[in-house]
Design a protein around this ligand. Structure first.
Ligand code: SF4
Length: 85
């Protein structure tokens, strides 16, 4: 019988410390955001804390909008689709 290998993500950790491939992809996305468009670190962490507690967070993705929350939160003018941040 063939078994399917599943990749599991921790809701609490978003993508951090998860699959290296996911981390590399995220770092690549983050690197293309212009400096003037980046959320400052304190606000970024605040947003991610709110996402971690949100029931819409599934596999590092917001189930309301389909974005990787770590990317959405990193864009200064990014908005939570449910106005949580
Ligand atoms: S972006 Fe908003 S709705 Fe989506 S997971 Fe984060 S807090 Fe929840």
């Amino acid at each position: 019988m063939e078994t399917k290998e599943e990749t599991r993500y921790c809701r609490q950790c978003l993508l951090m410390d998860q699959a290296r491939e996911g981390r590399e992809k995220l770092d690549k996305y983050l690197s293309i955001i212009k400096k003037q468009d980046k959320t400052d670190e304190r606000e970024y962490l605040r947003r991610l804390d709110l996402c971690r507690k949100c029931e819409k967070l599934v596999d590092a993705t917001c189930s309301s909008c389909g974005c990787y929350v770590e990317f959405r939160a990193a864009v200064k003018h990014g908005k939570c689709p449910n106005n949580i941040w």
